[in-house]
Design a protein around this ligand. Structure first.
Ligand SMILES: [Fe+2]
Ligand SMILES: [Fe+2]
Length: 185
């Protein structure tokens, strides 16, 4: 939960406590504070949840091993986001980030091997996209290491979410038909 939201909830609860003491339990005003605090908690939770990625069947490229990788990447992004959102500390954030980037590299490599092996015509352009993404992510992490956490990491989460979904649902879909026509499942 964001600091501002936590402060707001804290302030509402303090408001409830003070008005309970001054006005008593029978008065409606303290209950308004309690109600407002509950509404803010529900709102904050739903906002956090809506920021997580969810796998959709339409993301499938029709190749089992690649779909499995993509699902795992979605999970790793969510784990990284959790680490950032809940301020789990630099070490944990770094670990979640490394796990994501490591798996991204592994996945890119196996995707590239598959495209190369079957002579996919857009192989070079696709590989370029993969390399560009890794470079951007590394730049983001370098910024985090030197400048501190908040902005760079939140940006990294957003960037990774957008990139991954656009890539899986766009560029990766383009090889699907070609590779499947070569018998890859
Ligand atoms: Fe992919
Ligand atoms: Fe790809």
């Amino acid at each position: 939960m964001m600091i501002l939201t936590t402060l707001l909830i804290g302030a509402l609860l303090v408001g409830a406590l003070i008005t309970f003491i001054v006005l008593g339990f029978a008065h409606f005003v303290p209950w308004l504070f309690v109600l407002a605090a509950i509404v803010v908690v529900i709102w904050a939770k739903s906002r956090e949840k809506s920021h997580f990625l969810e796998w959709k069947d339409e993301y499938s490229v029709g190749i089992e091993a690649i779909d499995k990788d993509h699902r795992k990447l979605v999970n790793l992004i969510n784990q990284f986001q959790t680490a950032v959102l809940y301020r789990t500390g630099k070490e944990f954030e770094q670990e979640a980030f490394d796990a994501l980037v490591d798996y991204t590299r592994t996945h890119f490599r196996s995707e590239e091997d598959l495209m190369e092996e079957h002579g996919y015509p857009d192989f070079e352009a696709h590989r370029k996209q993969h390399r560009k993404m890794i470079a951007q992510v590394e730049a983001c992490m370098a910024q985090y290491m030197t400048k501190g956490r908040d902005v760079p990491l939140r940006k990294a989460v957003e960037f990774l979410q957008d990139w991954l979904i656009n890539h899986i649902n766009g560029t990766d879909q383009e090889y699907s038909e070609f590779l499947r026509s070569k018998g890859v499942r």
